[in-house]
Design a protein around this ligand. Structure first.
Ligand SMILES: *[C@@H]1O[C@H](CO)[C@@H](O)[C@H](O)[C@H]1NC(C)=O
Length: 219
């Protein structure tokens, strides 16, 4: 009983404990299926987003769908969601509207995915392993709210919660970068460094549950 009380008192204190680290060469590992393990990312600036580019590398061999990146606002828990439906099939949700990109060579290995979106036209572009996978329109005119919870490892169905273990990531992610603008893939090359909202080399985050940081296995 006492221990329970102590835990209840400590948890809110621990949960505000976020730190900034350089995760270069490191990977965030989600070792088990759960509705409790996740990483909350704090962007370098909070601002409404008219445009964005998101790049990340990931590995999972889950046979089911899973969430890669979940950006929720109070009004839209699915303000921005990047989801893998099956190997090589990505779904992008902007303000609860979803589009699907099917890539021609679904691979089981680690992948590097980048997606950009522009509010004024609604056009989203997806790249996998540095190759463009086409452009589609979604939710033209929408603006992502500034006050957001950005979560890796789980998909939010509420602001900062509402997790479903059947959408959790079992696997790992690394080299996550997020910009408030459209990044030219030709200019940055396949490495996609130095996000101005989220930068893997200076990442402010807080992990909950069983999340392990390990040197990355893949480039
Ligand atoms: C978003 O991008 C469009 C064109 O790509 C640009 O005209 C507009 O100024 C950008 N908006 C913001 C807020 O950066």
């Amino acid at each position: 009983m006492e221990r329970l009380l102590l835990t209840t008192l400590l948890l809110p204190l621990l949960s505000v404990d976020s730190a900034t680290s350089n995760l270069e060469g490191q990977s965030l590992l989600f070792p088990r299926e759960s509705a409790t393990d996740y990483v909350l990312l704090t962007p370098q600036q909070q601002k409404p987003l008219h445009n964005f580019t998101l790049c990340m590398k990931a590995f999972s061999d889950l046979p089911r769908d899973y969430s890669l990146f979940s950006y929720a606002t109070r009004s839209h828990s699915n303000a921005l969601v990047l989801h893998v439906n099956r190997p090589g099939e990505f779904s992008l949700t902007i303000g609860h509207s979803e589009i699907v990109f099917r890539t021609p060579q679904p691979s089981q290995g680690p992948f590097h995915v980048c997606v950009s979106w522009e509010s004024s036209t609604g056009i989203a572009t997806l790249w996998v392993d540095g190759r463009p996978q086409g452009r589609k329109g979604v939710n033209k005119g929408y603006v992502l709210g500034a006050e957001a919870k950005i979560i890796l490892g789980q998909e939010q169905d509420a602001f900062g919660g509402g997790f479903d273990e059947k959408q959790s990531l079992v696997g790992e992610v690394w080299d996550v970068h997020f910009w408030d603008r459209i990044i030219s893939m030709k200019r940055t090359g396949p490495s996609c460094q130095n996000g101005n909202l989220l930068d893997w080399h200076s990442l402010t985050f807080q992990s909950s549950g069983d999340v392990v940081i390990k040197p990355k296995l893949w480039r």
